[in-house]
Design a protein around this ligand. Structure first.
Ligand code: ADP
Ligand code: ZN
Length: 611
């Protein structure tokens, strides 16, 4: 069976080999298994359900909350010669009727459907009359009530299991945390599903974080020096900021479009479409923008404000570099953001438990901003994907920060945890260090421990910051239920004086950073990065222009024709005939038929121009 999968991968999609666990997952579904697939953005989840849907008898049903993007998703698979349709509220009744007929007579391989549509009794009946190959639940984290993408309709998806017990289901998400994972399994009744969990590293994304200073100017500088004419997303906290930043970039001749919930639907749709379809547009948005944006060539995601959690940051920055080429996650954060986010939390109508979790998440992202160690290590550790090596592709690895030795204070902080029995929260520990005479300390006799009152030289804020860093670097553990701090094995060498502990020296001045290419000196490189020489660059620019023109004529997103990664391969290998063209990753049989000649000619033309 799997030979058939490889054949489809090669001939239909034009890719030479499977990535990561794709092959195992596909095999599992072909053999009637259910699957929960966690893969980072850009990992290649779509193929995991598209290929089994094609191979198995019947129509593959893909449930996706992203109505605005469905048409593009369908367009993209159709370009590869796959018969696909979608059903959502944007179709009129005639159009819907036509699609429904195709579902019943089985003349399509894939049907994308919005969850609210799925739950019409009518639709369920329709599905029962049809032959279904698999159900794929995309963006499965939308079942999570705690997450920021919660969709009430997703809660009803367990119905699939009840109504269609024999049809394999695959749930996909890029959201990493354990809690969401468990919720997906319970809500969707996936107890018998096999979990496929990939590492969460996005090696081609460079992380860069700085305290806020002249944010707009710094952003402009970043865009013009590192990614001129490239697509990117800029996130702001407020609508007003979005509007201001977008018009300011336009004044500086950077094509930027706003996107936020205060705009009308039409405008929002227009801007999103231009961003998806045109090359080199920057979208300035609130977090209302972005879920499911599968534009592969977003070169950077910039945050002008602190995101509310590491999860949100990772998901938002994950929208950069799906094509595997070098990309950057750039952030500027300020104390004002922290105040704002704290206010959001306190004034939200969630219960106290919920607020406590939100506060902890905010602390964690703040600590991430302030680390002096490798940022990738911190991110991956946060998601339980332990990594010990420096990545050499984040700002702290590339431009080590000025640090101050805080070993003695760290020892005080750690031994205070130890002396009080490893079960108290930060506030209490700070009170002990400060020698406070509060009733609880006296009652528990902690005014007699050796760390009582030894911390008067630091302010409460400074102690809090120190504890935060001890937590984020994994030296101290926080009990998720009672908030009590305890020591991990990493605390030992510090307490014994065998290892030192440093904190970032707070400076407001932005350091001039030399531009470092992701290639060359750094170990970590983008998977599909190719170093184009100047001739190849000329060819690339020529065929890119040619592709963009074609896309505009056909009114489909440029990347749907060929991704930039595929164009990069063409520019390097310069295919001159059918065989060579089909050998390029991303050129399948159908795309060759449609575009092969056009691109072979365009390459020849560009070569002619060079000589
Ligand atoms: P995800 O949904 O996991 O974010 P996608 O399914 O959109 O990722 O895949 C990301 C990109 O990688 C797409 O451009 C896709 O065509 C490409 N891709 C997927 N699998 C492979 C593969 N085996 N070889 C080469 N490219 C692949
Ligand atoms: Zn690093």
């Amino acid at each position: 069976m799997i030979d058939q999968a490889t054949k489809i991968l090669n001939e239909t999609f034009g890719y030479p080999t499977f990535r990561g666990e794709q092959e195992t997952i596909i095999n599992h579904l072909i053999n009637d298994g259910d699957a929960l697939v966690l893969m980072p953005t850009g990992g290649g989840k779509s193929l995991c359900y598209q290929i089994p849907a094609i191979i198995r008898d019947g129509v593959g049903i893909i449930i996706s909350p992203l109505i605005a993007l469905m048409q593009d998703q369908v367009e993209a698979v159709r370009e590869n010669g796959i018969n696909a349709e979608f059903l959502n509220s944007s179709l009129n009744s005639d159009e819907a009727w036509e699609v429904e007929n195709k579902l019943i007579d089985g003349s399509i391989d894939l049907l994308y459907i919005a969850p609210e549509r799925l739950f019409h009794e009518y639709t369920i009946d329709l599905l029962k009359k049809s032959k279904i190959s698999i159900f794929a639940i995309d963006e499965a984290h939308c079942v999570s009530r705690w997450g920021h993408d919660f969709r009430p309709d997703y809660m009803k998806l367990s119905l699939l299991h009840e109504e269609f017990p024999d049809i394999p289901r695959i749930a996909c998400t890029a959201t990493a945390d354990q809690k969401t994972r468990e919720e997906i399994i319970t809500q969707l009744k996936l107890d018998n599903a096999k979990s496929f969990i990939s590492g969460f590293d996005r090696p081609n994304i460079r992380y860069q974080v700085r305290p806020k200073k002249d944010a707009k100017k710094e952003l402009l500088n970043f865009i013009t020096t590192e990614y001129p004419d490239k697509s990117g997303i800029v996130y702001c906290l407020s609508r007003k900021n979005v509007e201001e930043t977008a018009s300011w970039l336009n004044e500086k001749n950077i094509p930027a479009l706003p996107y936020h919930a205060g705009m009308n639907n039409e405008e929002r749709k227009n801007n999103q479409n231009r961003f998806l379809r045109e090359d080199g547009i920057i979208i300035v948005a609130t977090i209302a923008f972005g879920m499911g944006i599968d534009k592969p060539d977003v070169r950077f995601v910039a945050h002008l404000n602190l995101p509310k959690s590491i999860e949100a940051y990772y998901q938002e920055t994950g929208r950069a570099g799906r094509d595997g080429l070098p990309s950057t996650a750039w952030m500027m954060y300020g104390m004002q953001d922290v105040v704002l986010l704290r206010n959001f939390i306190e004034s939200s109508d969630g219960d106290e438990e919920h607020k406590r979790i939100e506060r902890q998440k905010l602390e964690a992202i703040l600590a991430f901003c302030e680390v002096t160690t490798c940022r990738r290590e911190v991110l991956l550790n946060y998601f339980g994907d332990y990594q010990e090596e420096k990545c050499n592709n984040c700002d702290t690895c590339l431009f080590p920060v000025e640090q101050i030795d805080q070993t003695v204070n760290a020892q005080k902080a750690l031994s205070c945890i130890f002396r009080t029995g490893q079960r108290f929260g930060v506030n209490y520990l700070i009170d002990v260090l400060a020698g406070s005479e509060n009733e609880r300390i006296l009652r528990l006799g902690h005014n007699h421990v050796s760390t009582y009152g030894i911390g008067k030289d630091l302010t409460k804020v400074e102690w809090r910051n120190l504890y935060r860093q001890l937590v984020i670097t994994g030296i101290v553990n926080v009990d998720p239920e009672f908030n009590g701090l305890s020591l991990t094995p990493k605390a030992n060498p510090i307490l014994k004086g065998e290892e030192k502990f440093f904190l970032r020296k707070q400076t407001t001045k932005a350091k001039k950073e030399k531009k470092v290419k992701a290639s060359g000196t750094t170990k970590r490189r983008a998977k599909e990065e190719l170093n184009l020489d100047s001739d190849a660059t000329t060819i690339f620019e020529h065929i890119r222009a040619c592709r963009n023109e074609l896309a505009e004529k056909k009114n489909i997103p440029a990347y749907v024709i060929f991704s930039n990664a595929t164009l990069t391969y063409m520019a390097e290998k310069k295919p001159g005939n059918k065989e060579e063209m089909l050998a390029i990753s991303g050129v399948g049989q159908v795309k060759f038929k449609k575009y092969g000649k056009i691109f072979i000619n365009a390459i020849q033309e560009a070569i002619g121009n060079i000589s």
